[in-house]
Ligand binder design. Structure first.
Ligand code: ADP
Length: 319
């Protein structure tokens, strides 16, 4: 249904000089959806978020927000958007109340409704107790909450969050992810991140961007399936000849690893763990460890980019 589509992006590209940072993206975000925009550093995430939020002009392409063309009617379109950039735009010499009051005015909330909007944003972001504190004196986690509060203060249909957990400690990260899930119950969210578990913990759907291009769009379940293990690491006190292991049904390769462990490769849908355990017991191999190996995000990138675009074998460290 067309009116269920809050963001529609068509052939969106952006160049910086000779660098094609974003290359002909097409995608949609539906009402009520939390979309993970996942990719390694330099993939083009921030450039895309800046364009979606109306802060950077595309080189070409179209962006429609809630049926309104962002490039033709930026003011009207932006009413439906809240944005937390990678560097939160905080005035650190203000208190939380002063800053959110200022943001409410910027977002043209009616004078009579500002106090209620500020209260609600603080409540939703767990900031009520720090209302009178200077932003500069808050922890990074709380500063990030203030950043999220300013993005939702005008109750936008869509909230765009660019790398919202970078630089936070593990407890703060957990809290911010919970907050994102809460926000996702009332707003559509686009969450840009280079951290795969972040997407798995907070999103309904994921899009992977690599060298400026979308290389995957899938549900979280679909992504999890793609990441299913296709190898086991086993440790045996009395290992048999490798060929004997390789002959177990479903095992396609046996590779010795450091410390006497062995990697047994298999097709993703044909996990031979049970057969390995049965044989190990029957033959007295002394099995004391059996671990399915998970594919990392880098492995998934490599799989996707090598199966879908074949030739490019550039090794890029995904930080
Ligand atoms: P990400 O957010 O995924 O890390 P970016 O969108 O920041 O990726 O960057 C995408 C590409 O565009 C990178 O190659 C980056 O070096 C380049 N880039 C980003 N911003 C600028 C800029 N202001 N000027 C020139 N190149 C840029």
């Amino acid at each position: 249904m067309e009116n269920d589509i809050l963001i529609k992006v068509e052939h969106l590209s952006r160049r910086y000089g000779n660098t094609l940072a974003v290359n002909r993206l097409n995608f949609e975000v539906k009402r009520g959806e939390v979309l993970g925009f996942l990719g390694p550093n330099g993939a083009g995430k921030s450039t895309t978020m800046l364009m979606l939020s109306g802060n950077l002009a595309p080189s070409s392409g179209a962006i429609t927000i809630n049926g309104i063309d962002l490039l033709e009617e930026p003011k009207a379109a932006k009413l439906a958007l809240g944005f937390l950039p990678e560097q939160p735009p905080l005035y650190r010499e203000l208190t939380v109340d002063e800053f959110l009051d200022y943001c409410a005015r910027l977002n043209r909330i009616d004078k009579g409704k500002i106090a209620a909007a500020v209260d609600q944003a603080k409540q939703r972001c767990g900031l009520t107790a720090v209302s009178k504190r200077l932003i500069n004196n808050l922890s990074k986690g709380y500063q990030q909450r203030v950043g999220i509060a300013q993005a939702i203060i005008h109750s936008p249909d869509v909230v765009i969050l660019d790398e919202p957990t970078v630089g936070l400690d593990p407890i703060q990260i957990r809290e911010i992810r919970q907050l994102i899930r809460d926000i996702g119950t009332e707003h559509s969210v686009i969450l840009s991140t280079h951290i795969l578990p972040e997407v798995q913990a907070t999103c309904d759907r994921v899009q992977i961007i690599h060298n400026g291009e979308l290389v995957l769009s899938d549900t979280i379940d679909g992504l999890t399936q793609r990441m299913q293990s296709s190898s086991l690491v086993v440790a045996l006190r009395q290992p048999p000849a490798l060929a004997e292991l390789g002959a177990i049904a479903g095992i396609s390769a046996v590779e010795p690893l450091e410390g006497g462990r062995l990697r047994l490769s298999h097709a993703p849908q044909l996990n031979p763990s049970e057969r390995v355990v049965e044989r190990a017991v029957a033959e007295g191999w002394g099995l004391y460890e059996l671990t399915p190996e998970r594919l990392s995000l880098e492995d998934v990138f490599v799989n996707i980019t090598t199966t879908d675009t074949a030739a490019d074998t550039t090794e890029e460290a995904a930080a």
